[in-house]
Structure formats: C-alpha cells, structure tokens
Design a protein around this ligand. Structure first.
Ligand code: ADP
Ligand code: MG
Length: 592
C-alpha cells in the first residue's frame, strides 16, 4: 500500500490533542517544530486570524473572549460557542483542531491526510460520538473508526496479544478523570465498566498551586490578585502549571514572576519556593478521591484487584509521582507507564489505524530505561542503618528521555565534599548492584547543619547518562557523563563489576583484598556484604567516639581491633561475634 493511503490515529483531547501515523515500520507521534502535543485551544485574533494550539493558548491570557478551551466538554450539545464576533458549533471548533493536526500529518508524510481513527472517552454517548465524526468530516477526514480511549491505550501496550486479559486504565487528563476496566482477547475488546469525574484533572492541581501563590503574594504585598488583576492572575496560573510539571521531576521548585503588578508606582514581584512534599499535601485529597471511582469501576465490572492483569497510566497528570504511588498502594500492582502517558492514546489509535491500512503492527515500540539508576546513601538495608543503601533515582522501564532530581543531605557538620557514587541495579543494597561511575563535589559551603544536595540524573535515548550534584544553597554544581549506560553487561563484565565492588569496600579494612578465585559468585556477594557491614559499623562507631564515655570508648576500640583482626584472618565467626558486640554497644550508647 502506498504511503499516500495512510491512516492517522488522533487523540482529540479536552486539554491536548495528538496525532500518530505508521512510518518506516513503526507507529510514531507526528511533531511540529519539535512539539508533539497540540493544546486543544482555538482563538481568533482581533485582526480576524484563526489561531489553533499554543498560539491560541497564549492569546487566552490577553483575549479570553476570543479564545475557546475544553470544547470537548460541549461536544454533542446543540449550542453555539461565541468566538470574537462569530459563533461556532462545538464540532466546528473541534474541526479546527483536527484540521491543524491533519496539516502536521500532511507535512510529515508528503501527501494530504484523508482517513482517520479518532478516540473518545468510554463514557461518551452516541450523540457525542456522532459529533466527533462530524468534526472529522468538517476537517476533511474520513473517520473510519471511533474508538474508546482506554481501548486505544491497551492497543498501544499490545495487551491483547497474549491470551485473555483484564486491564485497568486510569486516565487523568487536564480536566477529566476516568477509570475503565477492559477485557481483551485478541481482536475483541470490551469496556466492562467506566467511572470517573468529569471535572477533575491536572487543572485542579494548577488551581491549588495558583491559590497558594496568590496567598503568598497577598501576604507579601497586601494585594489580592484574584479579581482585579486578570492578566496577573493568568500569569499565576501559567506559573502554577509550570511549577507542577517541574515538581514531577524535582523535589523543589522556585516560582518567580517579575513585576506581576505595579502598585503605587512600585513593581511587585512574586517569589516562592514550593516543595514536592507541600504540593503533594495540597493535592492528596483530590488524588485519593479518584480511588473511589477505581473501587466503583471494579465493582461494576464484577472484578477484584486480583483479577487485574495490568494497570495502565494514561493522561498527562499521571506524571505526578503521587498518582502512581497511591494507585499502587490501592491495587497492589505497579502501574505501567512505560509509554508516555500523554501520547499513549494517540499511539494506540495509530496502532489500529496502521492495521486498517494493512500493516502488521502489534504494539508501539518505545525506548525505556532497562535498569534502575541511583546513588549510594546512608539509610536502612535489611532494617539496619548503614552507608551502602541504594537510593533509586531513575526507575526501570521509564520512557526516555527522562530526568529526575532527588534531595540528599550531608551527614557531618561542616562537611565540605560529597562523594557521588552511581550504581545500576534493583537491590536496596549497593553491594548487590553494579557501579557505573563516581565523582566528588568539593568546596561546599561549610555549615553546621546538614546541607541540601540535589542529585539530578538524565538519561537520553542514546543511553547517555548525565549525573549532576548541586549544592542547593549556592547552586554550585558538578556533573559527569556516562556513555552507554543502557548497554547490558555480559556475564564476564558482571563478575568483574561485582569483584570491583567487593574489593572496593573490603579494601577500606582489608588490604590484601584477594578473594579466593574458586569462590562462587554467591559467596562473593555474601563476603562483600559482611565486609561492607563491618566497614559501615566501624565508620559509624568512629564517628561516635567523641561522644563516648571513657569506658565505652575503650570497649569500642577493643572491638574495632578484634574486627580488623577477624577480617584479616578471614575468621568469619570471630567477625560475626565482634560485630554483634559492637552493634550492641552502639545501640546502648545511642539509646543513652
Ligand atoms: P487531556 O487528555 O485532558 O487532553 P492530557 O492527557 O494531555 O490531557 O493531560 C494534560 C494535563 O497533564 C495538564 O493538566 C498538564 O498540566 C498535565 N501534565 C503534563 N505534563 C505533566 C507533568 N510532567 N507532570 C504533571 N502534570 C503534567
Ligand atoms: Mg486524554
């Protein structure tokens, strides 16, 4: 079949719309100027020009009466929407959006887009579906199929390929939330139940942040922005959404808006630092409220959580880490989000479109991180505090490219340097993972309290991992780049890497470091673990020395000697005994 007979898949969303097509053997999202998302906004400028997407969204700030958003909510209703000095039916407004997307496709494919698959929410009525078809026709598209959004998401994941499946699709978009239970078997899909809240989404998260910002501004400047300053208020909303998006990736964000208003001739700025913790507390009631719908949908479908084979996260707002966390607690299964949640529905429509066009497509191909990446820190391993805890930063199976930032603290007063040791693996103990690099950030500002250090990891689709440490109070930073972070190690390299860890941590205490060559790998791990425990414990007790009474100190020194002897003599039993005694002593001292 010629490329000119292509069929596009379209997610015509309340907040954002996307378009996908089959090209060069795979289904992909079509972009324009590097953007893959078209905001579902339509506007008419005072000069009469039509704006669609980002430009219309920008105009919303200045000319709200000349701009329309969330038209999807009105689909199927018999009414006219004012836009400047004209009036349009909802399907006409939607047609402007579809026409723009079709244009993206035409530019990408080199010939006009004529046929389409368009998605709608599972709860859409016949009238709403019909209006969606009409919108397609008005945009010059032959709408071959209207499919349910959760079904499209399952197609993107290729769920139907393996036997009979029950899938829970949790979709939190800009202004709507719905959860659907779907039964899939090869070509047949059935929406068993669907529940939701037509007025809950990422916009509500923005509203809570905006309110917080406005409160802060009012406290600082005694000016209430909410009513008398529409432009400033719109700016606050935009800033709130940006802050929200950053908080999905980082533990803090600083919101700064210069000259938000001028009062008494003085420019008034807004500046506020918001932590993810504060933000999560704000939105928690909203996120928890979605769980009621999950329960209802399961009930209506006659299913329990144990019947569910997969949970799929769909919709941009599910990028908020709290959402996946709460859902996982409720269902007891890690939700899948390895296909970009805001592109997933369009990609699924693209899968169906490709099949209709005669291509053999099972699912969408995505690049994900094959391993978890993180750093060494102090924390609990097996319920014991030690200095070889693995702090996960980039989690396995996240779609690429990805950036995540986590917060750490220095451990000693006046600490001037931090070792950043990077590992790959899934175990909570770094000894069981693979070291991939390390660096030191030095000349930190010496302060008596624990100082905040941000660690940012970014992995791109070429497998280049960039790790940056940032001292929060001064913004001083240092980074390293690791090429080939995604390449799997072969067995030999793995054994080598494990050996390096064993030696690295044992060498603090045991200088010989030569593990017997006929050791099995398992035994090496155990040895490494025990040596590591010893090292951690010794360091810990050394740090406590200054606070100890003379008697305790003597005992501690004696025990440290015994541990060193036991390590050197490879006397496992003596080592264990001395370690236990030292642990008891520390426990006793810390309890004092
Ligand atoms: P819809 O299906 O309703 O058209 P989307 O699935 O595109 O909408 O979701 C849009 C919502 O997702 C918006 O509220 C947007 O702010 C939010 N969003 C997008 N990216 C992120 C992110 N990284 N973190 C949190 N929310 C996000
Ligand atoms: Mg959507």
């Amino acid at each position: 079949m010629a490329d000119s007979d292509y069929i596009v898949g379209i997610d015509l969303g309340t907040t954002n719309s996307e378009i996908a097509v089959y090209k060069n053997g795979e289904v992909r999202i079509i972009k324009k100027n590097d953007r893959d998302i078209l905001p579902s906004f339509v506007g008419i400028t005072p000069e009469g020009a039509l704006l669609v997407g980002e430009e219309a969204r920008n105009q919303m700030l200045l000319y709200p009466e000349r701009t329309v958003r969330s038209i999807k909510r009105k689909m199927g209703e018999d009414l006219l929407v004012p836009l400047g000095d004209k009036q349009f039916k909802p399907q006409e407004i939607s047609a402007f959006i579809l026409r723009e997307l079709a244009q993206w496709a035409a530019n990408f494919m080199g010939s006009p887009a004529r046929r389409a698959v368009i998605t709608v929410p599972a709860y859409f009525s016949d009238a709403q579906r019909q209006a969606t078809r009409e919108a397609g026709a008005l945009a010059g598209l032959d709408v071959l199929r209207i499919i349910n959004e959760p079904t499209a998401a399952s197609l993107a994941y290729g769920i139907q390929e393996v036997g009979q499946k029950t899938v829970l699709v949790y979709d939190l978009g800009g202004g709507t939330f719905d959860v659907s239970i779907i039964a899939m078997e090869s070509e047949v899909t059935e929406v068993l139940a669907s529940h939701g809240n037509n007025h809950l989404g990422g916009d509500d998260f923005d509203a809570l942040i905006a309110e917080r910002l406005a409160q802060h501004f009012e406290q600082e400047h005694d000016i209430n922005l909410r009513h008398d300053y529409p432009v400033a208020w719109s700016r606050i909303w935009r800033a709130a959404e940006e802050a929200k998006i950053k908080l999905s990736e980082a533990p803090f964000v600083t919101v700064r808006e210069e000259t938000l208003v001028i009062s008494n001739g003085i420019p008034r700025h807004l500046e506020l630092e918001l932590s993810r913790q504060d933000y999560e507390a704000l939105i928690l009631p909203l996120v928890e409220s979605t769980l009621d719908s999950v329960t209802k949908a399961l009930q209506d479908a006659g299913k329990t959580t144990s019947d569910i084979n997969a949970v799929l996260l769909v919709g941009g707002a599910t990028r908020t880490p709290l959402v996946a966390r709460i859902l996982e607690e409720r269902i007891g299964m890690e939700p899948r989000q390895d296909i970009h949640p805001d592109l997933c529905v369009a990609l699924g429509a693209g899968v169906l479109a490709s099949r209709l066009a005669g291509h053999d497509v099972d699912r969408v191909l995505v690049d994900v991180t094959p391993y978890t990446f993180g750093v060494r820190c102090i924390g609990e391993v097996d319920g014991r505090t030690c200095d070889h805890r693995f702090a996960k930063i980039l989690r396995r199976n996240a779609p690429l490219p990805i950036t995540r930032t986590e917060l750490f603290y220095t451990t000693c007063p006046y600490q001037k340097a931090v070792d950043v040791e990077i590992f790959q693996g899934e175990d909570e103990d770094i000894y069981n993972n693979i070291p991939v690099g390390k660096f030191i950030i030095e000349d930190l500002k010496p302060v008596p309290e624990p100082s905040e250090i941000l660690c940012r990891m970014a992995l791109d689709i070429n497998g280049i991992l960039t790790v940056t440490a940032i001292e929060k109070c001064t913004q001083k930073s240092k980074h390293i780049t690791i090429e080939n972070a995604m390449r799997p190690m072969d067995e030999g390299e793995l054994v080598e890497a494990r050996k390096r860890i064993a030696e690295l941590y044992a060498s603090d205490v045991v200088h010989a470091g030569d593990t017997e060559s006929d050791d099995t790998e398992e035994e090496k791990e155990i040895t490494a673990g025990e040596h590591g425990d010893a090292v951690a414990l010794m360091k810990h007790s050394e740090a406590l020395m200054d606070t100890m009474h003379d008697e305790d100190k003597e005992e501690a020194i004696e025990l440290l000697e015994q541990i060193k002897d036991a390590l050197e003599g490879d006397d496992e039993e003596a080592l264990r005994e001395a370690l236990d005694e030292l642990k008891e002593l520390i426990f006793y001292i810390e309890g004092k």
